[in-house]
Write a protein that binds this ligand. Sequence first.
Ligand SMILES: [Zn+2]
Length: 247
Amino acid sequence: MAVQQNPTFLLREVDPSVVISQYLSGQFSYPTTKVVVNSVPVGLVEPVYGTDPQEGLYTVKDKSSNRLVMASTNQNRYNLYKNNGEKMPVGGICEVCGKEFTTQSLGMIMELSRVAIVDQQGVFHTLLEVWMDGCMDSFECALFATRQELSKMSQYRVCADSAERHLHELFQVMHPEQRDTLIPCNDPKLLVNKGGSLTYEQWSNRRHEYRETGHVIAIPAKKEWLRQHYGPSSYLMSSREPMVSKP
Ligand SMILES: [Zn+2]
């Protein structure tokens, strides 16, 4: 990638006024032999990224062998999962309502898959593997965030069209007693701490948390974004197809 740069030079231990007065007084002479000056390329060196998709920043090559730089969301949590097997974190601050919470966090669902396992008695069970991105305290906040995300143009979305359907699916698994369907939280801008007029109690009339069922595995996913270069110093991230990196 070509990067424009205006070079500046620092002349150490050289007094320009002395050089000029010496030049004007004829103390310098022109060389009699040809002087060859090797040009030294001056430019910013682009950081070197690896090619491992597990990393936060890495490069891929397209069909024309152009090198593309990919960046990932949720990399810290993803590393914790990859290195220590840690699932979605317990507790945090909800990205939607700003509430501090201590239960298992939820996120926008990047992918949901069913895995069949057999126990020691030979009985089949189904595990739900749910890959999430984000940090929300309740299904209502997760649904609000998912709909906000899905309202964006497809190339800027973190999650796929299936994200809302998968969130309802997970909700039914964890809260089968709920006869009515999951609805999103009120707009968080109504909250006093976000400039609105409602206390948290007035704002949240329904709240369903992540519930441990024994057959759901909530895993942090990372979304990968392609870096696009529109000028010497301006960058814009736009997404590829919604995807999940798995270890
Ligand atoms: Zn929330």
